[in-house]
Design a protein around this ligand. Structure first.
Ligand code: HEC
Length: 136
């Protein structure tokens, strides 16, 4: 009789532990799901920061500073400070590559130089536009 009771007690304990594990796992998953749902903004911000940093490097490598200045660095004739406030990303892209949409605003010599930038890899161009758009 005592043996049967002990076995029943062991079984009951096992069930309680199992139930606790299930409840625990459920809460853990629910917690993870909430955490993931709450994360996107910081993750997106990190991606933006990385893109802007890459754009800064593309700006330096492409030689934009030969004609433009940012923060007093480069050619003071055509400052780009605050260009993110005055132009949309699309307009910035057009001016960077002397797109036909804006080519009439630029001297032929400048158009010729800027046409080269249309050949930049798409991701570099996107990063460059993101960087300039961040200059508010
Ligand atoms: C050969 C000289 C030259 C080079 C090189 C050059 N630009 Fe320009 N850019 C100009 C001139 C001139 C203008 C028209 C004047 C202005 O608006 O600042 C202009 C206009 C712009 C504008 C519009 C500015 C505004 O406020 O209207 C952007 C954006 C721009 N350039 C981006 C770039 C980027 C990015 C690079 C490098 C990939 C670059 N440019 C390289 C000469 C140049």
């Amino acid at each position: 009789m005592r043996e049967a009771l002990a076995r029943l007690l062991a079984l009951a304990t096992g069930l309680v532990v199992l139930a606790a594990a299930i409840v625990f796992a459920w809460f853990q998953n629910a917690g993870t799901a909430t955490a993931v749902a709450a994360e996107p903004p910081p993750v997106a911000a990190d991606a933006d920061v990385a893109r802007i940093e890459r754009g800064r490097a593309v700006y330096a490598d492409a030689g934009c500073a030969g004609c433009h200045a940012i923060d007093g660095q480069g050619n003071p004739r055509n400052p780009l400070d605050g260009v993110g406030s005055s132009l949309s990303p699309e307009e910035i892209r057009h001016y960077t590559t002397a797109d036909p949409a804006v080519a009439d605003d630029l001297a032929p010599r400048v158009v010729a130089a800027k046409k080269e930038f249309a050949k930049l890899p798409a991701e570099d161009l996107d990063a460059l536009v993101a960087y300039l758009s961040s200059l508010k």
